[in-house]
Design a protein around this ligand. Sequence first.
Ligand SMILES: Cc1cc2ncn([C@H]3O[C@H](COP(=O)(O)O)[C@@H](O)[C@H]3O)c2cc1C
Ligand SMILES: O=C(O)c1cccnc1
Length: 349
Amino acid sequence: MNDRPSSIVPPDAARAERVGRYLDTLTKPPGSLGRLEALAVTLAGITGEDFPRVTPPGVVVFAADHGVAEEGVSAFPQAVTAQMVANFAAGGAAINVFARRLEARLEVVDVGVAGELPQTSVVHDKVRHGTANLAREAAMSRDEARAALAVGRRAAGRAAEAGCRCLIVGEMGIANTTASTAMLAALTGAPVAELVGPGTGVAGEALAHKRAVIEAALIERAPDTADPLDVLARLGGLEIAAMAGAYREAATRRMPILVDGFIATVAALTACRLDPALRPYLIFGHRSREPGHARALAALDAEPLLDLDLRLGEGTGPGLAFPLLEAATAMLAEMATFAQAGVDDRAER
Ligand SMILES: Cc1cc2ncn([C@H]3O[C@H](COP(=O)(O)O)[C@@H](O)[C@H]3O)c2cc1C
Ligand SMILES: O=C(O)c1cccnc1
């Protein structure tokens, strides 16, 4: 797997335990704020702070194209990737709306869009002009996969240095549910039939075709399933690699990470296979409608915060879940203790 020692330190278990005990002194029956209390404990462990802060959040959206789009596996044409980057730059996409609500720092990174992008507000860190068609050849080389991981690390580093205290990572890349499904099948051994889904909306014969393309690619690319970098290079995407790199950098900096839907969770699984020390830094925003998401979450033993039937990506699930993290930290910092409020802390028997 990874030949280098991890740069990620484990969360601060002693602090997490102390915060858990403090929560029981606040004016509520112990445990009555349920998963919000667990979130507060998790955030204390990750940040190493008694009163963790998660604002402002940083949202990074990685955009890249996929050669496999030419196989007709998406309901939308490849050109939509670049068109959506223009939409992100103009502020009109769903993630722009949610990021504004959160007063988040939003950065859009071109890690591999097929064409040249004119937008000056987009970070241009292109590794190559889209991946090769994974149905015919490896999507990229190992060096390109490493370069895309480094693009992600740089982006998370910029968010941290700009003062962001929580990282939300999104993606845009037409056909990336095909790449993600192929990667997930390789990483888990699950049958493609259980994982493949509509993505942007393919159904019927087109969905059967998408499944056949993925099944054939798994046989023909024959990735070494014990080597996550090999899976990423043969079947993956540049934005998927960048997401994995961003997660790792954020964890190195002890930033909590809110993970999005299907594609983001496959990137998270890949990153955890590269370095298992990442796992405790990941908080899962929502359960996607994409059928493979359940399997990806199970592989990470993850229970997401929300289930809103979303199937979009871009970082929208975490954009909606972030207020729960904020509420958990505010609850911890602002609630009165039984002693402060003069409330009797003994339950009647
Ligand atoms: C207008 C539009 C905006 C999007 N924003 C995210 N996606 C999502 O859909 C794509 C994956 O689905 P598939 O594999 O079927 O192509 C990705 O770009 C993902 O981010 C979008 C897709 C479209 C069409
Ligand atoms: O769950 C997701 O992230 C997703 C699902 C379908 C299409 N795009 C993204």
